[in-house]
Design a protein around this ligand. Structure first.
Ligand SMILES: [Zn+2]
Length: 277
C-alpha cells in the first residue's frame, strides 16, 4: 500500500509544480498592437466592445486592464437617430462627463492640422470655423490648451494607429446618420495619474452638406460640430439625456444648429474640472 501513497504524493507534487510553472509571471513583455486592443464603439452593429470606457462607475473595470495605447471612437449622430446602446443615463444631475478619471492631455499645448479638401468650402471658412471651435474651449480654462494649426492636404483619420498628428478632415463615413466621428488615442487604463490623451482625429462626414448654419439652415454648421468633436479630443464624453440638450457635448445635432458653438454651463464645469478654472 505504501507505494500507492508514494505515487499519489509524486502526482500531487507534479501537479503543484505545474501549477507554479503556469503562474510564474512572464518577464518578457508581450506587445499587443494597439488596434487589437482597441476600444472601438464603431462596430458595424453599433454595439460597443465595452459600453463605457470611463466615468465614475467605469473605473473599477479600468483598473483591471493593463496600461497600453488604446482608442475610443465617438460617433456623432443626426438628431432622431436611435439612442446609442452605450449611452448611459444622466449621472449625479450633472451635464458633463469624462472619458475616464485622469484621462486628459498632459503635454500641452495641442497643435493640430486642418485639411479642407473634400469639404466643398473655402479654405478660409474651414480654418476660421475650426480655430473658433478650439478657441472656445481655450477661453474657458486657465490652461492654454491649443497652440498652432497648419493647413495640410494629406490628413488621415487614424483608426488603426496614431500618426502623431491631431487632424481635422473631411471624408466619407458610410452611414447617412453619422455627422462626424472622432477617434481619441491615449492611455486610458492603469492608475489615473498615468492616463493621458495623446492624439485625436476628427472626420466630418461628406454625406452631409457643410457650411455656416447662421446663413443656411440646410447645412451642418461646421463650427458647431467642430466644437463638439474637439470636446471629445480634450477628454469629454457625449451626453444623451434631453435635460442636457443645450450642452455642446449633447450627443445629437441637426441641420442649421449653432448652439454647440458656445459652451454651456455643464461644458464649462467639465473643461474646468479637467484643466483648471
Ligand atoms: Zn460626440
Amino acid at each position: 500500500m505504501k507505494w500507492i501513497f508514494s505515487v499519489l504524493l509524486a502526482a500531487l507534487l507534479l501537479l503543484s509544480v505545474t501549477a507554479v510553472a503556469i503562474t510564474i509571471p512572464i518577464t518578457t513583455p508581450i506587445i499587443i498592437p494597439a488596434s487589437e486592443k482597441a476600444v472601438d464603439r464603431s462596430n458595424a452593429d453599433a454595439s460597443p466592445v465595452i459600453d463605457k470606457t470611463g466615468g465614475n462607475d467605469g473605473d473599477s473595470r479600468l483598473k483591471l486592464r493593463p496600461p497600453g495605447l488604446e482608442k475610443i471612437v465617438f460617433i456623432h449622430y443626426k438628431k432622431g437617430y436611435a439612442k446609442p446602446p452605450w449611452a448611459g443615463g444622466k449621472k449625479e444631475n450633472k451635464c458633463y462627463d469624462f472619458l475616464g478619471k485622469g484621462v486628459k492631455w498632459k503635454t500641452l499645448p495641442i497643435n493640430y492640422v486642418i485639411d479642407p479638401d473634400n469639404s466643398g468650402l473655402a479654405e478660409d471658412f474651414v480654418t476660421t470655423a475650426i480655430s473658433a471651435a478650439t478657441s472656445e474651449w481655450d477661453s474657458h480654462t486657465s490652461t492654454q490648451l491649443f497652440g498652432t494649426y497648419s493647413v495640410v492636404h494629406d490628413a488621415t483619420w487614424d483608426s488603426d494607429a496614431p500618426d502623431g498628428r491631431n487632424e481635422y478632415l473631411f471624408g466619407d463615413y458610410p452611414d447617412d446618420n453619422v455627422i462626424a466621428v472622432t477617434v481619441v488615442w491615449g492611455y486610458f487604463y492603469g492608475p489615473p495619474q498615468t492616463r493621458e490623451i495623446t492624439e485625436y482625429d476628427v472626420l466630418f462626414n461628406t454625406r452631409f452638406p457643410w457650411g455656416n448654419g447662421d446663413v443656411d439652415s440646410t447645412v451642418m454648421d461646421l463650427q458647431n460640430i467642430a466644437t463638439h468633436e474637439t470636446g471629445h479630443g480634450l477628454g469629454l464624453d457625449d451626453l444623451y439625456d434631453t435635460a442636457c440638450s443645450e450642452e455642446t457635448m449633447y450627443g445629437y445635432s441637426e441641420y442649421g444648429e449653432t448652439t454647440k458653438r458656445t459652451l454651456n454651463t455643464g461644458d464649462i464645469m467639465g473643461i474646468q474640472e479637467l484643466y483648471g478654472a
